[in-house]
Design a protein around this ligand. Structure first.
Ligand code: SF4
Length: 391
């Protein structure tokens, strides 16, 4: 298949759904976590869950970079803008993540803080170049996919000797988060989250390759299938996972061969390792402190590290008491388990981070799935005529 429409073809989807039903053993249950927010979005948007038999369950993982940002990191950016008078630049979704004192970056902006949206790290660097009298901080977030562009602007800032630019680094790492989930009491001891395997991320894997997942397959006996973001990619990955489980295999397989290989993008990896090093520990929303799960800026780039430059002191802040984002990010609960879901908390008025980005589990379920909560058999009985795939 060459074009994106072919990966959304309704007839092919129905054929794949039939193959999944035929291969899923009715005597057992299957639970797979899609780690990545892009997959969560695709599964909700294209109604993939409706096409699966009732004994195949998808669990949302913590792969939305906006969702896993803890409140304390957003507070740092707001404090920088209010107390140090700097201009904070970040991606659009970050602006709406709830922070302390009923604030978000957007609300802080409304109260006078100079916080602006950019589309890329390069935009932030360009603003600092255009306005040398302004102190500019780029609030950088994301998994391995967005890290190389941040590394590049740090290299450029150093080459230019750009003294009014720095980066507040919040980049996090996928394999550490997967390991934390596998080591969590809910998975290992209590069995509240049955996990038979993972759909591995698409974009992240283009950078790091498929090799880092081999550890999980070997050590934890959990199959991983790396998949693209289109609905047929996801369905094919589910079928491959079911096959592995049926055959007692735990391997890394790559459904997304059109973009991912075993080694990943070596040039991007070299760039990242020149600029960043591992943090000993980093707080994730929902997962708490996760060892060696994030990056910090290396000493030769300290002049462009906002945490060093402004002597920032991180303070952990608990989530809103009624918000279940933490449990959802660990795969313990579903969006509809939260009593704020679709009542107090909506995409227009998010109370937690999972309702902010379209890749967040709550926002995806709000936009595409919430009415099926009330359908008989949770929507599983939806007839094929209502499949929302291109045909
Ligand atoms: S519905 Fe809102 S408050 Fe509840 S878990 Fe989701 S984001 Fe958090």
């Amino acid at each position: 298949m060459k074009y994106v429409d072919e990966f959304r073809d309704g007839t092919l989807a129905r054929g794949l759904a039939a193959a999944i039903r035929a291969e899923a053993d009715p005597a057992r249950r299957y639970a797979f976590m899609e780690f990545c927010g892009g997959h969560t979005h695709a599964i909700s948007r294209y109604g993939v869950t409706d096409l699966l038999p009732p004994n195949v369950r998808m669990i949302h993982g913590p792969g939305c970079p906006v969702c896993v940002l803890p409140i304390g990191r957003i507070d740092l950016a707001i404090r920088l803008a209010f107390e140090r008078g700097v201009t904070v630049l970040t991606y659009g979704d970050c602006l709406r993540v709830p922070a302390s004192d009923g604030l978000s970056m957007l609300k802080a902006k409304a109260r006078g803080a100079d916080i602006r949206m950019v589309y890329s790290a390069a935009d932030a660097l360009a603003l600092a170049q255009r306005e040398p009298g302004r102190e500019v901080v780029f609030f950088a977030i994301g998994f391995e996919t967005t890290t190389p562009p941040t590394a590049l602007v740090l290299q450029q800032a150093r080459a230019l000797g750009l003294a009014n630019f720095s980066v507040l680094c919040n980049h996090v790492l996928t394999p550490s988060a997967i390991q934390t989930i596998l080591e969590s009491p809910e998975v290992r001891q209590f069995g509240t989250v049955p996990l038979d395997g993972f759909i591995g991320p698409a974009h992240v894997s283009t950078i790091i390759g498929s090799r880092p997942y081999e550890f999980f397959a070997e050590e934890y006996r959990k199959p991983v299938v790396i998949a693209g973001f289109e609905p047929l990619d996801v369905m094919q990955a589910i079928r491959m996972l079911i096959r592995q489980v049926n055959e007692g295999r735990a391997e890394v397989e790559n459904e997304f061969t059109r973009a991912v290989n075993r080694d990943g993008n070596l040039k991007a990896q070299a760039l990242v390792s020149e600029v960043f090093e591992l943090r000993r520990s980093f707080e994730w929303r929902g997962l708490g402190q996760v060892p060696y799960s994030a990056l910090r800026i290396r000493a030769p780039f300290a002049a462009w590290d906002a945490e060093v430059k402004f002597g920032l002191d991180y303070r952990s802040v608990p989530d809103h008491k009624a918000c279940e984002c933490g449990a959802i990010l660990r795969g313990v609960k579903r969006p509809s388990d939260c009593r704020l879901f679709a009542t107090v908390c909506t995409p227009e008025n998010p109370m937690g981070s999972c309702m902010v980005s379209s890749e967040g589990a709550c926002a995806a379920h709000y936009n595409y799935g919430r009415f099926r909560d009330h359908a008989p058999d949770n929507g599983r009985s939806t007839p094929p005529a209502t499949i929302r795939l291109a045909s």
